[in-house]
Design a protein around this ligand. Structure first.
Ligand code: SER
Length: 869
């Protein structure tokens, strides 16, 4: 009897078994790439193992593996966009927002027979799963796949079912797609009725473990399908689902890795699985969401209100909310995240590298959200106060609670129910539908031009390959016009840099023997294909013509200074603020540079100066700049700062800007740091929670700003009539003059008020003054009222005014033994002028909205004081 190899049971063993099995079958083992995909047609997150390979499926880039096969264990997130499992998490024991996908891929190499045979072999032999418990589905149109299962594998036809949509896999709204064949594991009659995976009531019993996709089409933005250049294989098996099958449990949370996270969730919440439905959901959700958040933050996503950051924020908040519902008052995320890094850091070292930042960022989000939650409860309570018993809580309120405060509808409904109120579910649903529409629009990525021009561009790339970029060596290049599509001009070679990595596209001219075009922008129509957006200046430009392509060299030089300047600035930021400063985005143009980064608070003046000083010192040192190609592995070894989503095994460009800054960068750069010229930060702002934006200028930029400042100073000096050098003295002198003029004015006013006061005292009736006066402020009215009251023989004073013509000020002041009450004197009058206030017995003031009723109000005062005419 032959010795069976040990069967994998843990995640590590399963990953290793996968790699070994496919390496033995000619596959290059490719490490997982990041969760933020880079391809223009990709959705928000890497949602399956195939995504890093999209350029090979589309024929946009040469396949670097020989033979043309690869296998991987890819980290994936399905939260947002086409594949969104978020709402199922916790309720379903089989859905996860983060999971690892085992995949094997063929790029125009082997096709259905090998893919099917190897899947069967791996499942039944390498894993030792009982083949009798497997069911298979194939697409309704795919007789070939069914035949292979029956003839090559000997699989019983009774356990093959043919489905339509469920057997057609698509990456997203656009991108590669094709029919599929899926393998299901039958958990047995305790978990549902018979009938195979086609029976919709049996979803708990028959669980999909592996999807074999026959990638052969491309879905364009207009929805049309076209053939991919080759027929490909893309398979994906959920690591967690297979581990659960191996553990003979229908719950993914019982298997290796997730069970460890559930343990931690049990300990932080002091609940156990099985205690109750709500706490079971919460425990599973905490395990899942913690893992997703940990990986997303490690890959550079920052909680915010848009795009990926918004999805991350919702995931963290949802986890916290469930802990809150279980009345767990202390922070739960820090210990959960720590545990996740501990369990998964071996397989994914980026978690260990990012440890401090990840723990810190998620903890802060939890702290902030706990405060919000407390406020949300207050909001719900006061909204409920406004609804009578038996009434409806507006759907809008329930939605806001759900969306902004993370209150699930059930919780809102329950709390409303306790007060005899029901939630307007229709209103809630319509708000929800509008929200879905918004996030669908956000999740959709464009980048491939619509319709025919996209087809023509793809054909161009297939025929001629990528555009040769000469713009690192020369400013003018002789080239051949390949095509003119709309206002896009395509060349075989070009010195024009196409917008990417934050650097704007070049402008310039393209001339042929028959015409001249002004290039107003350069972009990538498809990865590798430069599109020159042009305006015809004269003549015509035809495909096949020889052309001279020249960039605007001065503009490019300015862009270059700003781009290398960005790298120096990035280094200086990390030196001054800390290593957590992580690039979130950048924009490099000719007139300025913009750099967005993760940081938790505004920068102080002092920090900005230190950053500027450090950067300029580095620039003046004038070390040389090296820009070269190398492998990803080497770049990593050099400690280059890189974006997640960069792929291993590929050739990358490393930029060493002086002695301290090493980053991956495909942009264009100066030869030595001194070429950058002075660097000056011109603004520092917040663009979302935890994200700062710095704008800076380099080269001649600071000089231009200096001139602008000089001009400003000069015109200010001109206005004051002093030479610029005396500006400060001039301002001080004017301020002193202004001060004494004000004092003079005050004295005059006082004098005037004195005589006004005399007149008012003369007009007093029985020691009571009631009058309408002109005044500029409420204070003036009060001061005069008090001054009058203190005159001999005066018992009470009520003055009314409308300062500045807006509103009413009523002031009432009474002498100590007058027998009158200040507030009572103006109580009716205050109501008449549409106001209120004034409670003092000796001195009371009231405001009002209706100056037009002031005279009437003063009559009421006279009546109240018993001095009515
Ligand atoms: N792309 C397919 C899936 O995600 C197979 O890898 O299911």
């Amino acid at each position: 009897m032959s010795q069976q190899p040990a069967r994998p049971r843990t995640a590590d063993e399963l990953r290793r078994a996968w790699d070994d099995f496919f390496a033995a079958r000619g596959h290059t083992i490719v490490p997982s790439s990041g969760l933020i995909p880079t391809h223009p047609s990709a959705p928000m997150f890497t949602n399956s193992g195939m995504m890093p390979f999209v350029p090979y499926f589309l024929g946009e880039e040469p396949v670097p593996y020989s033979p043309r096969r690869a296998a991987s264990v890819q980290k994936c997130v399905r939260a947002g966009g086409k594949h969104n499992d978020l709402d199922e998490i916790g309720r379903s024991p089989r859905h996860l927002s983060f999971f690892e996908m085992l995949g094997n891929f063929s790029f125009g190499d082997y096709f259905k027979p090998d893919a099917i045979r190897w899947a069967w072999e791996f499942v039944t032999e390498a894993l030792g799963i009982d083949g009798d418990r497997i069911w298979v589905t194939c697409h309704v149109s795919d007789d070939e796949a069914e035949q292979i299962w029956v003839d090559d594998v000997g699989f019983p036809i009774e356990r093959i079912q043919r489905l339509d949509k469920d057997n057609f896999w698509e990456m997203g709204e656009t991108g590669p797609c094709g029919p599929s064949s899926e393998l299901f594991f039958d958990y047995g009659p305790e978990l549902g009725p018979a009938g195979g995976p086609a029976n919709p009531d049996a979803e708990h019993r028959y669980v999909e473990i592996w999807n074999l996709v026959f990638q052969q089409y491309f879905r364009s933005e207009d929805g049309r399908l076209s053939d991919l250049p080759t027929k490909n294989i893309d398979t994906g098996a959920g690591l967690e689902r297979i581990l659960a099958v191996l553990a003979d449990s229908p719950s993914l949370y019982d298997a290796d890795v997730l069970s460890g996270l559930v343990d931690e969730a049990q300990s932080v919440t002091a609940r156990r699985l099985g205690d109750g439905e709500l706490s079971d959901i919460a425990l599973r959700l905490l395990a899942d969401h913690t893992r997703t958040a940990t990986f997303l933050v490690a890959d550079g996503v920052v909680p915010s209100n848009e795009d990926r950051g918004y999805v991350l924020r919702r995931i963290i908040r949802r986890a916290v909310r469930f802990a809150y519902m279980l009345d767990v008052e202390r922070a739960v995320m820090p210990p959960l995240v720590e545990r996740c890094i501990q369990i998964m850091g071996g397989a994914y070292p980026e978690l260990v590298e990012g440890h401090d930042r990840v723990v810190d960022m998620i903890s802060r989000e939890e702290e902030g959200f706990r405060r919000t939650l407390a406020r949300g409860s207050v909001l719900l309570d006061s909204a409920l106060d406004a609804v009578p018993q038996g009434g409806h809580l507006p759907g809008q309120v329930a939605f806001e609670l759900h969306d902004t405060y993370g209150f699930p509808l059930e919780v809102t409904s329950e709390m409303a129910d306790l007060r005899g109120v029901t939630v307007d579910l229709e209103g809630f649903d319509s708000e929800m539908a509008a929200q879905r529409e918004r996030s669908r629009a956000a999740g959709k990525r464009t980048g491939v031009a619509a319709g025919e021009s996209a087809d023509a561009e793809r054909a161009l790339l297939a025929e001629h390959g990528p555009t040769v970029f000469t713009g690192r060596e020369e400013e003018t290049t002789s080239a051949t016009v390949l095509a003119v599509i709309g206002d896009g001009l395509f060349l075989d070679r070009t010195p024009f840099y196409a917008e990417s990595g934050g650097q704007v596209g070049d402008t310039g001219t393209i001339t042929t023997p028959t015409g001249t075009a002004r290039v107003v922008d350069t972009t990538y129509a498809l990865p590798g294909l430069h599109r020159h957006t042009f305006e015809l200046v004269e003549g015509t430009i035809e495909p096949g013509q020889e052309a001279t392509a020249s960039i605007d060299a001065e503009r490019r030089a300015a862009i270059r200074r700003n781009h290398t300047g960005t790298h120096v600035l990035h280094w200086a930021l990390r030196e001054v603020l800390g290593e957590h400063v992580k690039q979130q985005g950048s924009w490099v143009g000719p007139d300025r540079l913009r750099f967005d980064f993760a940081h938790h608070g505004a920068l102080s003046q002092d920090e900005i100066r230190r950053i500027e000083d450090l950067a300029n010192h580095e620039i003046l040192d004038n070390a040389s700049v090296r820009h070269y190609e190398t492998t990803m592995e080497e770049a990593r070894r050099l400690g280059a700062i890189m974006f997640f989503g960069d792929k291993y095994g590929e050739v990358v460009r490393v930029l060493e800007a002086g002695r301290h800054s090493t980053e991956l960068c495909g942009g264009t750069h100066v030869g030595a740091l001194g070429d950058i010229g002075p660097l000056k930060v011109v603004s520092e702002t917040s663009i979302g929670s935890n994200i700062r934006r710095i704008e800076a200028v380099t080269g001649t930029g600071p000089i231009e700003r200096l001139r602008l400042e000089e001009d400003r100073l000069r015109s200010a000096a001109d206005l004051l009539g002093v030479p610029t050098e005396d500006l400060q003295g001039g301002i001080e002198k004017r301020l002193a003059e202004l001060r004494s003029a004000r004092e003079e004015l005050k004295a005059l006013r006082k004098q005037l008020a004195g005589s006004q006061a005399d007149e008012l005292v003369d007009a007093a009736v029985d020691g009571v003054v009631v009058a309408r006066i002109d005044a500029d402020s409420r204070d003036e009215v009060r001061d005069l009222a008090v001054a009058l009251r203190d005159r001999p023989g005066i018992r009470a004073v009520v003055l009314g005014a409308s300062p500045g013509g807006k509103g009413v000020a009523l002031v009432s002041a009474v002498a100590p033994d007058s027998g009158l009450n200040a507030a009572e004197l103006i109580a009716d009058a205050a109501r008449t002028v549409g106001g209120g206030g004034g409670k003092g017995a000796d001195l009371a003031a009231a405001g009002g909205k209706h100056p037009e009723h002031l005279d009437e109000a003063l009559e009421q005062v006279r009546a109240a004081a018993g001095v009515a005419g």
